[in-house]
Design a protein around this ligand. Structure first.
Ligand SMILES: O=C(CO)COP(=O)(O)O
Length: 248
């Protein structure tokens, strides 16, 4: 088995019901493509999205879940509630949540465990800051985040890892292909050493992925797809990224 290719869109805190119009083109591209295609909208849009696209090939996911199965956690969402709404995946440990909500590797690991228990695929995000890269600490930072954020029980079927350098998110700046290759090789090595099917875990790159740079990024060894922010909001931008991944 090889890693399944995945084109994933993270809508972050963007989109209202009017944005559902963008889904039709994305759903059509997902039907045509052999790679997996996932959109993670704000939680309020999960149900309307699934109602709009039906049980087709376009997968819908959440952007976070609580580590507990249920209970007194005002404002939070449980993994089982995402699953109940029809989500198949949940993004965890995005750098914006690590920064805005103080999420640690241990918390991300606990959330991933909750996601697995609920039957969701955890898309676990890792990435260095610009200061960490400038200090030459990138590989150490990534290895530490990976070791701390991935729970026991992770498999290629229930876990995806997304490498998202913090300085590349929403900036239009991307690492060189060598820099991406170096991190993805480390991820593959560590996952293969730790998990029985670590060679098959899908590894995504994220950070300023656009239609113009997607093909170059998808040609890098151990890049099995992308986690796309801004360019996943419009079908005109996201569909060419899906097509590039399918062709890679
Ligand atoms: O954070 C990201 C996806 O999770 C990347 O965002 P951009 O594609 O907008 O840089």
């Amino acid at each position: 088995m090889a890693p399944r290719k995945l084109a994933a869109g993270n809508w972050k805190m963007n989109g209202t019901l009017a944005a559902l119009d963008q889904l039709d083109g994305m759903a059509a591209a997902a039907e045509d493509a052999s790679c997996d295609v996932l959109i993670c909208p704000p939680a309020l849009l999960i149900h309307p999205m699934i109602a709009r696209v039906g049980a087709g090939d376009l997968l819908i996911g959440g952007q976070d879940c609580h580590a507990a199965a249920q209970g007194a956690h005002t404002g939070d969402i449980a993994a089982a509630q995402l699953r109940d709404a029809g989500a198949t995946h949940v993004i965890l440990g995005h750098s914006e949540r690590r920064a805005d909500h103080g999420e640690t590797d241990a918390l991300v690991r606990a959330k991933a465990q909750a996601a697995h228990q609920a039957g969701l695929v955890a898309v676990i995000c890792l990435g260095e800051t610009e200061a960490q890269r400038d200090a030459g600490a990138t590989l150490d930072v990534i290895a530490t985040q990976l070791a701390g954020s991935v729970p026991d029980g992770a498999t290629a079927a229930n876990t995806v890892i997304a490498y998202e350098p913090v300085w590349a998110i929403g900036t239009g700046r991307t690492p060189t292909t060598d820099q991406i290759a170096e991190v993805h090789a480390l991820l593959r090595d560590r996952l293969t050493a730790r998990l029985e099917d670590g060679a098959d875990v899908a590894l995504l790159y994220g950070g300023s992925v656009k239609p113009t740079n997607a093909a170059e990024i998808f040609a890098i060894a151990h890049v099995n797809g992308a986690l796309v922010g801004g360019a996943s909001l419009k079908a005109a931008d996201f569909v060419p990224i899906i097509t590039a991944l399918d062709a890679a």
